[in-house]
Write a protein that binds this ligand. Structure first.
Ligand code: AMP
Length: 284
């Protein structure tokens, strides 16, 4: 497996693979890799011939008071994990390589990026769509692999690909969880022991929502949402960002338990922001 740091080297490697008739799979990440990321690499490896993993902590998707500076960057360990997962190429550009002096173009998807994390992290999705658009142009993959863990990010990027006629397929992979149900995240390493022990209650609360919701098709969402909110508020040390039940495609809130929905939560345990979601399907 090779590690490249410039766009020119990346393009050369991808071009060589293409000349050999290989299809290209792409897994964009910010590094600090865990089993969730590696599941995407393995899925990419199963569906395409040449798998590129990008590792880039993207400054434009962090707000001024967020964790850009302290975001973990264990590059050697990440490269080892990519080797073990049979990736073919790791692309680890510098901030200057991605955003040279004078860079002044941003990509923005409206609507689907407005609510949920969009309203709690102003400018976040603009940063995500900008960097992913650039990465897509650099790698030119046939398929790109993303995690359901970031459900709104998936919906926003799907819309960007559709609206901009981009010639690639998005593959959304299931959320990988720790044995106790906590969704794997690079940010879990910030949790204290007490916070880590409390964190599985997030998934338990989401599951409790689903268990009740599927028994009541066609009913109003509010009492079930309140039940979920109540359970989450019981978690010691929690501060809520949001709890929403939204349409799986548009990310707009739904009133009635019907169709394909995402139940999404964002909260803080101490100073660590965690998100999680589940899909709930209730046939109409
Ligand atoms: P990140 O490094 O956090 O930007 O994540 C890179 C990719 O990995 C995104 O597509 C995420 O949705 C995905 N991902 C992160 N955590 C998980 C997880 N626990 N399960 C599945 N995919 C994940």
């Amino acid at each position: 497996m090779k590690l490249v740091q410039t766009i020119i080297d990346l393009r050369k490697e991808v071009c060589d693979a293409r000349k050999q008739g290989k299809s290209i799979g792409f897994v964009p990440t910010m590094g600090a890799l865990h089993e969730g990321h590696l599941s995407l690499v393995r899925m990419a490896k199963a569906q395409t011939d040449f798998v590129v993993v990008s590792i880039f902590v993207n400054p434009t998707q962090f707000g001024p008071n967020e964790d850009f500076d302290r975001y973990p960057r264990p590059l050697d360990a990440d490269v080892n994990l990519c080797t073990q997962a049979n990736a073919d190429l790791v692309f680890n550009p510098s901030v200057e390589e991605m955003y040279p002096r004078g860079f002044s173009t941003m990509v923005e998807v409206t609507g689907v990026s407005d609510g949920l994390c969009g309203s709690h992290r102003p400018g976040h999705f603009r940063g995500v769509t900008t960097v992913v658009m650039k990465l897509f142009h650099q790698v030119m993959p046939d398929k790109a692999f993303f995690g359901q863990k970031d459900a709104q990010q998936c919906a926003v990027l799907q819309k960007m690909v559709l609206d901009m006629d981009m010639n690639l397929q998005m593959v959304i992979c299931p959320t990988v969880r720790e044995k106790d149900g906590l969704a794997m995240s690079s940010r879990n390493r910030y949790l204290s022991n007490t916070e880590r022990s409390a964190a599985p209650a997030i998934y338990e609360a989401l599951m409790a929502f689903r268990e009740e919701a599927v028994k009541h098709p066609g009913q109003g969402v509010t009492p079930f949402k309140n039940l979920l909110l109540g359970k989450l508020k019981e978690i010691p040390g929690v501060t809520m960002d949001y709890v929403e039940v939204v349409d799986a495609l548009t990310m707009k809130p739904v009133d009635i338990l019907r169709g394909s929905m995402v139940v999404a939560v964002a909260l803080r345990l101490g100073s660590t922001r965690l998100i999680d979601n589940i899909l709930v399907n209730i046939p109409s």
